[in-house]
Write a protein that binds this ligand. Structure first.
Ligand code: ASP
Length: 286
């Protein structure tokens, strides 16, 4: 699915750029970019997400504003096609930062976000993937404790004309996860972080080790101490391996527009655009 991933990240980039071009904020750009990938069945976010042990889609998302440190997160939501939009509503319209499960769905509905049926988010490819996984559980035993099956969480970071940065991450989590399991993606500082004084980060990969290291914040803090995001992202992914034997990927952007992309997964699709340059690709470690 290499082409599908490339198209997906390029479409997301175009949406984020459109938001910035019309004078939108970095928050608008990351939300709109992530919506495109949630709507794209290629990725593990929104419709097309991995299924949990019970055969349901259960999603987590976070969005964070580097200017104010305001954040909105949802965890274990089942009936929201675009969890990042619910997260954005929490950021802008709630005194709270984080909602889970039915409470998150209720908040979303009360703030104009339509609820769907969980079945609307399930696609045949994922039903088959779960069936195959569950019928070869013995073979996948090691994977239960260190999932290696395709990490397809989506994320975006952006810097706007006002000099503010933002980040967003959205995921269906890991294949065959226990119902109620929350990953790193929606946790502040783990799967997503943004602070104008440091950097904006979004991560993908095996969530449990990423959480233990609060990896997005770990990398952002290293940018604050003078390092380039390119170096800090690579250091974070190395640290993930060395300290807790984890694996994953990260995009990292500071308020000077310096970008870092690093991953220890076999491949990661990415795309970026500045006023001077545009690029996209799937880098490989294998
Ligand atoms: N980090 C996500 C999680 O553990 C999964 C992924 O990135 O694919 O929920």
């Amino acid at each position: 699915m290499v082409e599908a991933h490339l198209n997906g990240v390029r479409n997301a980039l175009a949406a984020g750029w459109r938001a910035l071009n019309r004078g939108g904020s970095a928050l608008d750009a990351v939300e709109e970019a992530v919506v495109v990938m949630e709507n794209d069945e290629t990725f593990d976010a929104g419709r097309g997400s991995f299924l949990n042990h019970d055969g349901k889609v259960q999603m987590d998302a976070l969005i964070m504003d580097g200017a104010t440190l305001r954040a909105g997160g949802v965890g274990c939501v089942e009936r929201i096609a675009n969890p990042v939009c619910a997260a954005r509503k929490i950021l802008s319209e709630s005194p709270h930062v984080y909602f889970v499960a039915e409470g998150a769905e209720r908040f979303a509905a009360e703030h104009g976000i339509p609820l769907c049926r969980n079945e609307d988010l399930i696609i045949p490819r994922e039903v088959e993937r779960l069936r195959e996984y569950q019928s070869h559980l013995e073979q996948h035993r090691a994977d239960l404790f260190a999932p290696t099956i395709s990490h397809d969480t989506v994320g975006a970071v952006a810097l706007d004309a006002g000099g503010d940065i933002a980040a967003a991450t959205s995921t269906g989590g890991t294949l065959n996860k226990a119902p109620g399991r929350l990953g790193d993606s929606s946790l502040i500082g783990c799967g997503c972080y943004a602070d104008n004084k440091t950097a904006a980060a979004s991560t993908t990969g095996w969530g449990e080790p990423i959480m233990k290291l609060v990896l997005a914040k770990w990398a952002s803090d290293r940018v604050a101490s003078g390092n380039a995001p390119e170096w800090a992202a690579a250091e974070a992914i190395d640290y993930l391996k060395i300290r807790v034997n984890g694996h994953g990927g990260m995009i990292l952007l500071d308020a000077r527009g310096r970008l870092g992309i690093a991953h220890s997964t076999p491949r990661m699709a990415w795309a970026f655009k500045t006023s001077l340059q545009e690029a996209s690709g799937i880098t490989r470690n294998d």
